[in-house]
Write a protein that binds this ligand. Structure first.
Ligand code: NAD
Length: 481
């Protein structure tokens, strides 16, 4: 018997309005994992109404009380670590270290939200008029719509949820349809932690109905979305119809630049982890590897050697280094990128092979900037390596993309690194490390088609609150009429 998961609305586990359930299979071996409720527009409306009602009391709680609820939530997550790790592995195909890292990071995110809640301050402003005391308060925006993708469904969802509620907002969460079980687990833990009813609602269902209702419903004040750039643009334009504010964490095609003075062994380690961890399905994965011509041959040889040794297989085996992609659809997308590269004359140095939902890590050289793997976001395990003559060309290639999420530079020369970093068009840049660094309290986010807004710690609070100017007039004033 496989488990059956309902929707979570107003503190209760409820049947979906349509009565529809769908079996969720594992990408590991296609075995059925659970039956999950498929919500529709009516369910989304109910969840939004519940969050709207709950906002009235939740937003008036003291920050310390909200903090206490969040500390309790972190405790409950910790007590259920093993189940969460296992769910991430069997539902999403991530290897053990990815799943473990995501769960531990999620606990840290919730704790960070709990800590920040009590330290988020307004300001005092010297008034131009005598007898006026002028200050600002941070106020929660109201109901926040949280829409998230499948690659880090737990941490991305909880980063948005925890910081939103810490600031006094209530939320409706819609996780990707590829990962409904982890969404159901979030609901269970929220319930176990005793978060008051309606503060966090979880509705599984399609983006076109549940997602669309969240984006267009007038009772929602703010949308925080992580996903593809095309979806983000559609959401931003629809949300604009009701003047909602939006935070958009979108796609990336992050460059990793390896200079001629780099320690090549270290550069290879950075490139292997940065480009292929979690099957390359990370927004800040190193998606284009740009190498100085003097060290190109040496780097490529060592890089390909290591990539061809990566152990591909069942992620439940702790020694596996690369599991399946999340779905057959993603494998088909990779095949189409691969065929484009081969048809244009790209040289496949390793990989280029797929079996069921497993796509082997693939390195392609002899590419030019018209290849789709250079122009589009490759959200999977195919990586081009490009040779450049000098720093100027490296910067030029790095910036020749519609995206601007993260970037990395490997070199022993810090002045050179800073000079290049200064000219890279991205929201984040890392020197001598991977492109995909993230911490719970840093301003995470992109520019260009990688989105706008920043999330993490106090930066998330900036997104989900507004500043209210408040004055006290303490002297009698003269008015013109
Ligand atoms: P996606 O855009 O297909 O889906 C994301 C979410 O949006 C899902 O929950 C989906 O159901 C929902 N959705 C789809 N259409 C919608 C609509 N019209 N209205 C409302 N909601 C809708 O993305 P995905 O395939 O799940 O995730 C992969 C993408 O996410 C990649 O592009 C990756 O780079 C990006 N990503 C970005 C970050 C970041 O922080 N910048 C982090 C992780 C992933």
């Amino acid at each position: 018997m496989i488990p059956r998961y309902k929707l979570y609305i107003n503190g209760e586990f409820v049947e979906p309005h349509s009565g529809e359930y769908k079996i969720k299979n594992s990408p590991i071996d296609n075995s059925p994992l659970a039956e999950v409720a498929i919500g529709d527009r009516e369910d989304a409306k109910k969840a939004i109404d519940a969050a709207y009602e709950a906002f009235k009391s939740w937003s008036t709680l003291t920050a310390i009380k909200r903090s206490e609820y969040l500390y309790k939530l972190a405790e409950v997550f910790k007590a259920n670590e093993e189940d969460l790790i296992n769910t991430l592995i069997v539902e999403g195909g991530g290897i053990y270290k990815k799943a473990w890292g995501e769960v531990v990071f999620t606990e840290r995110l919730i704790i960070n939200a709990a800590e920040t809640a009590r330290h988020f301050k307004g300001s005092t402003i010297p008034s131009d008029s005598e007898g006026i005391i002028s200050l600002t308060f941070r106020k929660p925006k109201g109901v926040v719509g949280v829409i998230t993708p499948w690659n880090y469904p737990l941490s991305i969802s909880m980063k948005k949820v925890a910081h939103s509620i810490a600031a006094g907002n209530t939320v409706v969460l819609k996780v990707s349809s590829e990962t409904p079980i982890i969404a159901a687990k979030i609901a269970e833990l929220v319930h176990k932690a005793g978060i008051p009813k309606g503060v966090i609602n979880v509705v599984n269902g399609p983006g076109s109905t549940v997602g669309d209702e969240i984006v267009t419903n007038k009772k929602i004040s703010h949308i925080t979305f992580t996903g593809e750039t095309t979806t983000g643009k559609e959401i931003a334009s629809k949300a604009g119809g009701s003047l909602k504010t939006v935070t958009l964490e979108l796609g990336g095609s992050d460059p990793l630049i390896i200079l001629d003075d780099a320690d090549i062994n270290q550069a290879v380690k950075i490139a292997v982890f940065g480009a292929f961890f979690h099957q390359g399905q990370i927004c800040t994965s190193s998606k284009r590897i740009i190498v100085h011509e003097k060290v190109y041959d040496q780097f490529v040889k060592k890089f390909v050697e290591r990539i061809s040794q990566l152990k591909v297989g069942d992620p439940r085996d702790k020694s596996t280094e690369q599991g399946p992609l999340v779905s057959k659809k993603q494998v088909d997308t990779m095949i189409s990128f691969f065929n484009d590269a081969v048809n244009r004359g790209g040289k496949v140095l390793t990989g280029g092979k797929w079996v069921d939902d497993y796509f082997y890590p693939t390195v392609i050289t002899d590419v030019d900037r018209n290849f789709r793997i250079m122009r589009e976001e490759v959200f999977g395990p195919i990586r081009p390596v490009v040779m450049v003559k000098n720093d100027e060309e490296a910067i030029e290639v790095a910036n020749d993309t519609e995206y601007g999420l993260s970037a990395a530079i490997v070199t022993k020369d810090i002045n050179r690194a800073l000079k290049i970093a200064d000219q890279i068009e991205s929201g984040m840049v890392h020197i001598n490390d991977v492109t995909m660094l993230e911490e719970s309290h840093i301003p995470f986010g992109g520019i260009k088609n990688s989105g706008f807004g920043r999330e993490g710690g106090e930066y998330s609070f900036q997104e989900t609150t507004y500043e209210r100017w408040t004055t006290f007039t303490i002297r009698e004033r003269k008015y013109p009429i």
